[in-house]
Design a protein around this ligand. Sequence first.
Ligand code: MN
Length: 235
Amino acid sequence: MKRRQFLTASLTAGAALVLRSRTLLAAGGSGPYPLPKLPYAYDALEPYIDARTMEIHYTKHHKAYVDKLNAAVAGTSWASKSPDELLTQLDLLPASIRTAVRNNGGGDVNHTMFWSFMSHRGGGQPKGELAAAIEADLGGFDKFAKTFSAAAVGQFGSGWAWLVFDPKSKKLAVTSTPNQDSPISAGQVPILGIDVWEHAYYLKYQNRRPDYVQAFFHVIDWDHVAMRHAEALKV
Ligand code: MN
């Protein structure tokens, strides 16, 4: 590689890192996008999420999404955009890489958010402004929990259930998406979500997805979700 090409490649990779809207630190790796660092130890969410599932989910599944996203955009001008930006511009992508970016960019962004939705200090209920919004828009916490759980359990096959903020209506809503589709692509701001792919729970819960969804409520980091909600309100 000539010096000039090398510099261009370095600048492009650097710009992608700067543009990447995430608070997590990079964990190395090749290509424009790093695998974000897991914000806790594999066993941090025991007994609700077991260490083995967490390790495989992060080191195999999330990493595979990042690797495939990197492979899809390598050598294209799209590599200078953050994965979040790519997901808001799927229609503009060349057909040759659109599906790969939708699936693997979605997989990367969704999992990065997913890790941050959970904490060993999680559980309980939201407070303050988020609690008030859930009351006003979704009929209160109990009703929200029921609706969200039903969306998670009822998502046919692989996918996600979400609590999103809709910037147009300024309201919260519960939704679900198939595969790795992200609410970001629909112009919504995800503030909470649960991965209901079997790889997220099968080792511990086998076919008992409802038990996994119930366990998830014990590790939801409501302070973080409230922060995302507060940020969404500002946009
Ligand atoms: Mn997953």
